[in-house]
Design a protein around this ligand. Structure first.
Ligand code: TMP
Length: 212
């Protein structure tokens, strides 16, 4: 049986990833491809518990190195128990965030050394890399507007990452741009300021050739 493909969606806050993930899943399943959707951090019991530890505000919140290692612990569990078995069974996996978020947030955002992240991340993933990554690039102004709208609609507050200063979010975007420049064949930049239908059109132009 052919191994499945591994698709990831990346970007800063409120880039519209969930909407596009639902469309990717629907498009794949319409072509008879069994699709597993997951998210990071999360997707297993342990990783969802770690997600809470990472996103919540509390006294003694993780320092930068502990934060990195918690993300990687969650990833190791997800790769071993969910992603690799699904790919081996010929299913396709679509993940809301994966390793590129670690380089962008903990590397470019927090300033941890990229070579240390590379080594530790590769160990956590047992070498697994996405086949294709969509970087949903949204301007800081659009992201903020969307986030405030969502918070008002759902009556929720910002998490530990969303609360970061504008400069942090600018470093993330520069980080994703650098990752895209280094691997343009794997990471496709998608203009996510556009309406969801237009964003989907752009994703589809990249996805279609992989399907045929
Ligand atoms: P989200 O699911 O709402 O996007 O929340 C996940 C948060 O965790 C988001 O702010 C990005 C951040 N993150 C990292 O900092 N490093 C990582 O490796 C991953 C996967 C996410």
């Amino acid at each position: 049986m052919a191994r499945g493909k591994f698709i990831t969606l990346e970007g800063g806050e409120a880039a519209g990833k969930s909407t596009q993930i639902a469309r990717i899943k629907a498009a794949l399943e319409a072509r008879g491809i069994e699709t597993v959707v997951t998210r990071e951090p999360g997707g297993t019991r342990l990783a969802e518990l770690i997600r809470g530890l990472l996103k919540d505000e509390y006294e003694d919140a993780p320092c930068d190195r502990a934060e990195l290692l918690l993300f990687l612990a969650a990833r190791a569990q997800l790769v071993k128990n969910v992603i690799k078995p699904a790919l081996d069974a010929g299913k396709w996996v679509v993940s809301d965030r994966f390793s590129d978020s670690t380089f962008a947030y903990q590397g470019y955002g927090r300033g941890l050394p990229l070579d240390a992240i590379e080594t530790a991340n590769s160990f956590a993933c047992d070498g697994l890399k996405p086949d294709i990554t969509f970087w949903l690039d949204v301007s800081p102004e659009t992201a903020l507007k969307r986030r405030l709208g969502r918070e008002a609609a759902t009556n929720t507050g910002a998490d530990r990452f969303e609360r970061e200063q504008a400069a942090f979010h600018e470093r993330l975007r520069a980080g994703f741009a650098a990752l895209h420049a280094a691997e343009p064949g794997r990471i496709a930049r998608i203009d996510a300021n556009a309406a969801p239908d237009d964003v989907w059109e752009e994703i589809w132009t990249h996805l279609k050739p992989i399907l045929s």
